[in-house]
Design a protein around this ligand. Structure first.
Ligand code: LLP
Length: 413
């Protein structure tokens, strides 16, 4: 990928997505489950650019959405309504109504209160709502606490007993149709044992439910498959899929999974230009034009993304401590222009001396990158570019100052 050319053509900061890689990841996951009926529902929250969604819809993907906005995005991108799931711990009435009116595949419930609300809305509309219930198996996904969701101390889902009670209620309601069961224990999971353990617990519950004539058709194992950012290793897809499928013997269900990061994470690069270098005593800073408003993962989760620099046509990868002297590299923090000490993209990395205009490329930025960006410090959001078959396409233009203030009204005080 010619990052220098892309940066010149579209400016920086810039997100670049490799669509060929996205296709490759989608197919790999789909193939891993080939022994069963399966539906890969891409988690829209990871990267909700309409072109990404349209591309995945074209490959046959379904979509896991967590707001009516995401459902609308998926539909706009050409998703089939019967391949859309609506999840989320706090859905509003209008969101439930929209999902019902648009006949999506199922609404994933996270509490009894929500079930009662949905039942009432379905009754008003004279409909029966297809539902699944998010079961919290009380399993530690062993990931960052902010992205761990499968423990009772987390706000997500309901415990097994509550789930049974809810299924029973739903079975007897003319306005609820229980069709699925769901669990998602966390994100960026590199050790798949907890996921398989969760699948076992949920599969056993599914058997109990089936024995009481509750016909679960969709077994949703959630998302969360980890990717390589740095030194970690990626779970083996075959082991992941086999581990889950091994627990499903005797169950006639379609396996659903909801990967976000796995599909788009390593397809994305964040390109930012060097503005200045500065030294505070011994401490070296490389100040770039991208910031925490563009990519918040390092600030929020202490996430360590691999980086490299491009200078005068040369690719300069980070070097090891023992090469520092030889290569004239030195440790630095790559920081943005935002007025917070937490505004950094990388810390303590060994890079060569950099000049204004050189590029720093941040890897693994395709998931929860642009999607979590903001206008903090009145910074317009970055442009997004797709690269497919060697061609590049602008899939979201850079935000202008006018875009940023467009919704504000004159002060009338
Ligand atoms: N399904 C559910 C119910 C989820 O809550 C999530 C992510 C996914 C699927 C997709 O997970 P994935 O396959 O992408 O790991 N902003 C954080 C990640 C938050 C994940 C939230 N839920 C980050 O940048 O690491």
């Amino acid at each position: 990928m010619d990052f220098t050319n892309l940066a010149q053509k579209y400016g920086t900061p810039l997100y670049v997505y490799d669509f060929d890689y996205i296709a490759h990841r989608y197919e790999a996951l789909k193939n891993a489950f080939h022994a069963r009926k399966s539906l890969v529902c891409y988690a829209v929250k990871a990267n909700s650019n309409l072109s990404v969604l349209k591309f995945l819809a074209g490959l046959g993907a379904g979509f896991d959405c967590v707001s009516v906005g995401e459902v609308k995005r998926a539909l706009l991108a050409g998703a089939k309504n019967y391949q859309i799931i609506l999840s989320g711990v706090g859905k509003r009435d209008d969101e439930l109504k929209f999902a019902l009116e648009n006949e999506i595949l199922m609404i994933n419930l996270e509490s009894e209160a929500e079930m009662n609300r949905l039942e009432a809305i379905a009754k008003q509309l004279g409909k029966s709502a297809r539902i699944s219930i998010r079961v919290n198996p009380d399993i530690d996904a062993k990931t960052h606490p902010y992205i761990s969701t499968g423990l009772n101390e987390n706000k997500f889902g309901v415990d097994l007993q509550t789930a049974k009670k809810m299924y029973l209620h739903a079975k007897n309601s003319p306005h609820l149709e229980p069709v699925g069961i769901h669990s998602h224990i966390g994100s960026q999971i590199t050790d798949i044992k907890p996921v398989i353990e969760a699948a076992k617990i949920v599969a056993n519950l599914t058997r109990e439910l089936k024995a009481t004539q509750i016909d679960i058709k969709f077994f949703d194992v959630g998302g969360g498959i980890g990717i390589v950012y740095g030194e970690e290793s990626e779970p083996d897809l075959y082991e992941y899929a086999q581990g889950i499928l091994a627990n499903l013997s005797g169950l006639d269900v379609t396996v659903v999974c909801e990967p976000g990061r796995f599909i788009v994470g390593n397809a994305g690069y964040f390109l930012t230009s060097v503005l200045y270098e500065k030294f505070n005593k011994e401490k070296r800073f490389v100040i770039v034009d991208g910031a925490m408003n563009d990519l918040i993962r390092p600030s929020l989760y202490q996430a360590k993304h691999k980086i490299f620099a491009l200078s005068s046509g040369k690719t300069l990868c980070e070097c090891k401590k023992e090469q520092l002297w030889e290569l004239k590299f030195s440790p630095c923090d790559v920081v943005g222009p935002i007025c917070e000490s937490g505004d950094f993209l990388a810390k303590d990395r060994n890079l060569p001396p950099l000049n204004p205009g050189d590029l720093v490329v941040i890897k693994s930025a395709g998931a929860y990158g642009f999607a979590m960006s903001s206008n903090y410090n009145t910074r317009g959001r970055a442009a997004e570019v797709a690269v497919k078959g060697g061609e590049d396409f602008l899939v979201r233009r850079r935000e202008s100052f006018e875009d940023v203030v467009a919704l504000e009204r004159e002060f009338l005080g």
